[in-house]
Design a protein around this ligand. Structure first.
Ligand SMILES: [Zn+2]
Ligand SMILES: [Zn+2]
Length: 488
């Protein structure tokens, strides 16, 4: 290591010493208690997830012996009895079209409470909502019976912060059904990773909903959907079965798909570090939450879909609210940064294609030979010099579109001028093919100013990683001093 790179061990200048804490030989770093979050701790581990997993014992694996102890009975009850009522009703209760239409409306109403309210407003703070809109969304979201805003957002923030790890409550690496529903049916194996929800704890609307949660779910989940069809057109039972139970089953599995389907089906146009994916089918079943690859990259963006034709009714709802003055400060990630993500993914795919193709031998790997040696060796094999490289055209003599004779005439010669227009101005494809026939580099190379001819058109624009810039396939670095011989 050079002196320049050595860390300085000099004593700090007086002004720095003045602000440094006094050093004491008795001062020792305290061991961080397990429950401290990285924010609370003065000692930051290299990786909070692995640190936490190392220092916390998970609950025992679920087996047939302990399954009854590990089940979450309340969730299990809600998620089995609700669809059971819906299935029973489908076969026994006459469906009225008004009730059917109201059920669809109520599905979107309660679904939007979760997507526009729980998710984009409270979990991600994508926009500001007026107090009336907050109460509206809190009430609507309660009708989806998915826990209080505070509980839901605590888990969802952990899902984003610790995506695809054991600290993510619905870790997609544990399988489709685990992330869809399994994680709710049993007690969590690990406590979800620490997150900050102090903003939610301070919100009067969140506190109001948390406090009155049980009466609210009974009213919004089953009371309203039973009473509206009952009082308006006399269909209490239909309201309970279709707008209540069947609608709730759909809302449940629709929003659960954001954790399962959206981490399983589709493309990764913005980033492929984690499992979230974009797919129109997921968007259709989740009221627009299906562009989940975008969402995980830009979670504070009020949009999931950025193109006007993509299905994102939650975004449209928020935008309309903003037009009516009910919502404001809609956040969008800078388009420039969004496009950087897209470009990176496109380059990755192009790099895969680039790596699948065969390329000319790198100039640095070719033997460098003198003009005399080139001419001598041309007597025994058809060698032609073009743009500083020596090419063996034996396999091409009978395929040359200009005829065998034109090639034969240039054996042992520098055909650069002839190739680049003197006889025929060859196509880019011809230049690319010629480069594949390189067997050596000519000592002395190209005349100054015409180096560009050394690089085949297919290699003038390439996908290179930061640590490869200027090295791979770089013909301009091919020539070096010294003399070599063509290898046979
Ligand atoms: Zn997700
Ligand atoms: Zn989210």
């Amino acid at each position: 290591m050079s002196d320049v790179l050595k860390p300085s061990r000099k004593t700090p200048p007086p002004e720095m010493a003045a602000i440094s804490p006094p050093l004491s030989p008795t001062l020792k770093l305290k061991k961080v208690p397990k429950e401290l979050s990285p924010e609370e701790s003065s000692e930051v581990p290299d990786n909070y997830v692995s640190y936490t997993l190392r220092n916390n014992k998970p609950r025992d694996p679920i087996t047939w012996n302990n399954i009854f102890r590990e089940l979450n009975y309340l969730t299990l009850f809600i998620l089995t009895v609700t669809p059971a009522i819906a299935i029973w009703g489908l076969f026994t209760v006459q469906m009225q079209w008004k009730t059917a239409a109201f059920s669809v409306f109520y599905y979107f109403f309660t679904g939007l409470g979760v997507t526009a309210g729980y998710h984009r407003l409270w979990a991600h703070r994508c926009y500001n909502a007026s107090r009336p809109l907050q109460y509206f969304l809190a009430a609507a979201g309660t009708g989806a019976v998915e826990g209080s805003i505070k509980w839901w957002c605590r888990g969802h923030r952990a899902h984003h912060r610790y995506t695809d790890t054991e600290l993510d409550p619905y870790n997609a690496h544990k399988g489709f059904w685990w992330s869809h529903i399994g994680w709710m049916l049993v007690k969590p194996r690990f406590k979800p990773g620490t997150v900050d929800i102090s903003d939610l704890s301070k919100s009067p609307v969140v506190r109001w909903q948390h406090r009155w949660y049980v009466p609210l779910i009974l009213g919004m989940g089953f009371g309203i959907p039973t009473m509206v069809p009952g009082l308006l057109w006399g269909d209490f039972l239909g309201g309970f079965v279709f707008a209540g139970a069947a609608r709730l089953t759909f809302v449940h599995h629709s929003t659960f798909c954001v954790n399962s389907l959206a981490h399983w089906l589709g493309e990764t146009p913005f980033d492929d570090k984690h499992t979230p994916r974009d797919h129109v089918v997921t968007a259709l079943v989740t009221i627009g939450e299906g562009y989940h690859n975008f969402h995980h990259q830009f979670p504070m963006d009020y949009r999931n879909a950025i193109k006007w034709y993509q299905y994102d009714p939650t975004k449209w709802f928020i935008w309309i609210c903003s037009r009516f003055g009910l919502a404001s400060h809609l956040k969008s990630f800078p388009d420039n940064e969004v496009r950087k993500g897209q470009l990176t993914m496109q380059l990755k795919r192009l790099r895969e294609t680039q790596d699948m193709l065969e390329w000319p031998v790198d100039g640095e790997e070719l033997p460098v030979i003198s003009w005399q040696s080139f001419q001598k060796q041309s007597e025994t094999r058809p060698l032609i010099a073009v743009a500083g490289f020596i090419h063996d055209v034996a396999s091409f003599m009978d395929q040359h579109p200009g005829g065998r004779n034109l090639l034969a005439k240039n054996i042992g010669k520098d055909a650069t001028a002839a190739f680049f227009g003197g006889v025929y101005d060859h196509s880019n494809a011809a230049h690319n093919l010629l480069a594949m026939k390189r067997v050596g580099a000519l000592h002395g190379g190209m005349a100054h100013g015409s180096e560009e001819r050394m690089i085949p058109p297919s290699q003038k624009l390439r996908v290179a990683r930061y640590n490869e810039m200027g090295s791979p396939y770089n013909s301009s670095t091919a020539l070096s001093d010294g003399e070599g011989l063509l290898g046979y």
